[in-house]
Write a protein that binds this ligand. Structure first.
Ligand code: NDP
Ligand code: MG
Ligand code: MG
Length: 340
């Protein structure tokens, strides 16, 4: 098992005596920058001249300059622009990195697959919160934490791990727990999970179930409810209490049917498919393909995205979700009252 770090393991001085450049002010960037600043760290946000994020960062009271100037000032450069633009941004800031500085990431893709080759005399670390940025920020403000992964790719100074831990603590993650991993493990498990299970797997399972019912003559509305809408109820139970909570909560008929039929639907051929997908993640085939796709202007990506948007299940869903909009609004209003 991997070590898990908590607040008592972190020495904040490893980050509070430094200047941190946060490059990008999107999902992760806005959360890291504000949490660091609220924790007493000197923060400068690096954005391109015409950035649409500039006004938000300034409105939040942060100092904003260009990525190059921010990197030049900083001891720690937190690279929180989209993964696909990181290599280009890195090219701009590389000359500003001094010996002993730190390059800090929230995902290992570019370093692990050699799209970014950091100089040997800098520390290269990762603090990857396991939640989107708005939750990292909201949890911090509520005196709660967001779990995170920590990894050290290069330890030029000998204090890379302590500094990363202090950074993770300063953005609130040590309140929940920081788990140590490696750039390789974080990157490969992240890609595999989103491809095989979380995004790719569940989208295909949903569409196939929907199509099977509709092709057999059932109404699209019923197919949508059974194969898409109810996923949330099931996943919430799994999130709260694992598979056991889910099986406990559904009817005995659903449990027996699921236990006997599930493994026929997702059978051993699916395991073989998953192993192939994992191979492509491990041997770099996927990374090479995705980098080339980006360089070519994303033709296949745009075409597939469009086809997905045009699937019947999306039309049905839009109509049905409108019907339920009143329920959502009531729920949101109640949540807002609770948080006031
Ligand atoms: P976002 O897509 O939210 O980042 C957008 C920000 O990057 C904006 O401020 C944007 O400003 C800026 N930006 C975009 N292009 C450029 C460019 N060419 N030069 C300079 N700035 C640019 O990123 P995320 O927060 O989603 O991801 C950041 C990192 O965090 C990634 O490594 C990601 O894998 C990781 N991560 C993300 C999680 C998430 O839930 N989102 C969870 C955990 C890790 P502009 O207005 O100039 O475009
Ligand atoms: Mg991912
Ligand atoms: Mg049912």
């Amino acid at each position: 098992t991997q070590p898990v770090y908590h607040e008592s393991d972190a020495d904040r001085r490893h980050i509070t005596d430094k200047t941190v450049a946060v490059l990008g002010y999107g999902s992760q960037g806005h959360a890291h920058a504000q949490n660091l600043a609220d924790s007493g760290v000197d923060v400068v946000v690096g954005l391109r001249e015409d950035s649409s994020s500039r006004s938000a960062a300034e409105a939040d009271g942060l100092r904003v300059t260009t990525p190059t100037e921010a990197a030049s000032e900083a001891d720690v450069v937190s690279v929180l622009v989209p993964d696909t633009v990181q290599p280009a941004v890195f090219e701009d800031i590389e000359p500003e990195l001094d010996a002993g500085d730190t390059l800090q990431f929230a995902h290992g893709f570019n370093v692990h697959y050699g799209q970014i080759e950091p100089p040997e005399d800098v520390d290269v670390t990762m603090i990857a919160p396991k939640a989107p940025g708005h939750l990292v920020r909201r949890n911090y403000q509520a005196d709660e934490g967001t779990p995170a992964l920590l990894a050290v790719y290069q330890n030029a100074t000998g204090t890379a791990r302590q500094e990363a831990l202090a950074y993770g603590d300063a953005i609130g993650c040590a309140r929940a727990g920081i788990v140590e991993t490696t750039f390789r493990e974080e990157t490969e498990t992240d890609l595999f999970g989103e491809q095989a299970v979380l995004c790719g797997g569940i989208a295909e399972l949903t569409k196939m179930g929907y199509e099977t019912l509709v092709d057999a003559g059932y109404s699209p509305e019923m197919a949508y409810f059974e194969c898409m809408n109810e996923i949330k109820l099931i996943v919430d139970l799994m999130y709260e209490g694992g598979l056991a909570a889910m099986w406990n909560s559904v009817s005995d008929t659903a449990e027996y049917g699921g236990l006997t039929r599930g493994e026929r639907v997702v059978d051993e051929s699916v395991r073989e498919n998953m192993e192939e997908v994992l191979d492509e993640v491990q041997n770099g085939t996927f990374a090479t393909e995705w980098v080339a796709e980006n360089q070519a202007g994303r033709p296949s990506y745009r075409q597939r995205r469009k086809a997905e948007q045009n699937h019947d299940i999306e039309d049905v869903g839009e109509r049905l979700r409108d019907l339920f909009a009143w329920a959502e609004e009531t729920e949101t209003a109640e949540t807002d009252r609770e948080t006031e």
